[in-house]
Design a protein around this ligand. Structure first.
Ligand SMILES: [Zn+2]
Length: 188
């Protein structure tokens, strides 16, 4: 790249180091013409195209924040969230494509989240797939049952109620206005 100071078309690398998480390399460069130094960062390009058409770099933090909202009140540790974030990033990077849609990212979240916590999964899926009725939740649970080969039981029904009310006792039966918490950034 050109020297940012004098636009000289060449530069010499004086130092290279990989960042702690191993996802990028920082290079210290010196311009052979004006001798000034600057730093470049080399990273594997992975952009996410939002529904609005805006493109932004993939962010593991955004994935984790979105999933964390769906996990409110659930027995899910920060460690488990971090691991899920890593799995999602590995999955989307493994596709080898440099551009993804938010839909692709949401899809990559569903699998690991289903393994992590079924209620959080239902909350997340309700936003991702735009559920708008109890029947949608029931259909999703029927799918889950089929996938897990598990018979319907009280836990499943409990999961529907939890998913719709956000798992908060004090929101239940308060005039029947069920609220689904929205993991705003996750499926944006
Ligand atoms: Zn220069």
């Amino acid at each position: 790249m050109h020297c940012p100071f004098c636009r000289h078309p060449d530069s010499r690398v004086v130092d290279s180091r990989t960042t702690d998480d191993g996802t990028s390399i920082r290079r210290r460069r010196q311009c052979p013409d004006c001798s000034r130094r600057f730093t470049t960062v080399e990273t594997c390009s992975l952009m996410v195209i939002k529904r609005s058409g805006v493109t932004e770099p993939f962010s593991r933090t955004k994935v984790i924040n979105g999933v964390r909202k769906a996990c409110q009140g659930r027995p899910v540790t920060e460690d488990a969230l971090a691991q899920l974030g890593q799995r999602v990033e590995e999955a989307v990077r493994a596709t080898g494509s440099a551009e993804l849609t938010t839909h692709d990212v949401g899809l990559a979240i569903l699998g690991p989240l289903q393994e992590l916590d079924l209620v959080a999964f239902l909350r997340f899926a309700s936003v991702y797939r735009a559920f708008d009725s109890l029947e949608d939740f029931e259909a999703a649970i029927a799918e889950l049952r089929e996938a897990t080969g598990r018979a319907a039981d009280d836990d499943d029904r409990e999961a529907v109620v939890d998913a719709v009310t956000g798992g908060q006792e004090d929101e239940r039966g308060s005039g029947g206005t069920a609220q689904v918490p929205v993991p705003a950034n996750a499926a944006e």
